[in-house]
Design a protein around this ligand. Structure first.
Ligand code: GLN
Length: 236
């Protein structure tokens, strides 16, 4: 949890879920990505706070890690939504994304809308808005049987199962779907527009931290650092 070293500096332990390129992933032994760099840039602007080393978890365990004080800050391409908002506080939005539906690149299955996934084995990462899309838009209305859905601890495992033919499609945040499509024998079949906004997550009683993070975020937007980082990690 937060600790004060007596000099008025609070040490914040950040947490993330690697395997989500370009936001957070392992490059050899190094944890890298847009979220990692943006967090460093924001904290650079914040007086009275310093970052400890990153802790890593499966995405579905991050909120619990935060509320149980194992970490103090989440940077994990986490979408700001009502369900999570009840448990944690979010910073101002720092990135927006849609969902993409990825399939094998061999042309064996080419869906063009969610309804085309009906009756097909599909997957997503546990606790994500991709999973929520499958639950809310397909299973809830009977277009997909619950048994056709596989929830994975992380998207890397889901993509392996897609390549192996164990599932036929994955619902995943578009920038990450694009990255898998560049690196693996999979492709983006279509985009499902959700206009999700990512935010950094903090405990609800850490108001001072949330305020400082928002100010830091505004500064890096204003001084061009944010733009440099998006150019570096998204090439735009
Ligand atoms: N943006 C999605 C969500 O918040 C996926 C995040 C992730 O898998 N790291 O659920």
């Amino acid at each position: 949890g937060c600790s004060n070293n007596g000099g008025g500096t609070e040490t914040i332990t950040p947490g993330t879920a690697p395997g989500f390129q370009p936001f957070e992933f392992q490059d050899g032994s190094e944890l890298v990505g847009f979220d990692i760099d943006l967090t460093a840039a924001v904290f650079e602007e914040m007086d009275g706070y310093e970052l400890a080393d990153w802790e890593t978890f499966e995405f579905g365990s991050l909120i619990q890690a935060l509320t149980s004080d194992r970490i103090d800050f989440i940077a994990a391409a986490m979408t700001i939504n009502d369900g999570r908002d009840e448990t944690i506080d979010f910073s101002d939005p720092y990135y927006s994304a849609n969902q993409s539906i990825i399939v094998r690149a061999d042309g064996s299955f080419s869906p063009s809308e969610l309804g085309d996934l009906s009756g097909r084995p599909v997957g997503a990462q546990s606790g994500t808005t991709g999973e929520e899309t499958i639950q809310d838009e397909l299973i809830a209305n009977g277009e997909l049987e619950e048994s056709n859905y596989t929830s994975y601890d992380n998207y890397v495992l889901a993509v392996e199962d897609l390549e192996n033919g164990n599932i036929d499609a994955i619902v995943i945040d578009e920038p990450v779907g694009d990255t898998f499509a560049n690196q693996r024998p999979v492709e983006v079949a279509f985009i499902y527009e959700t206009n999700e906004q990512y935010g950094f997550g903090m405990r609800t009683d850490d108001d001072d931290l949330t305020t400082a993070v928002n100010e830091g975020l505004q500064t890096v937007r204003d001084d061009g650092t944010y733009e440099d980082l998006t150019a570096e990690w998204f090439g735009s």
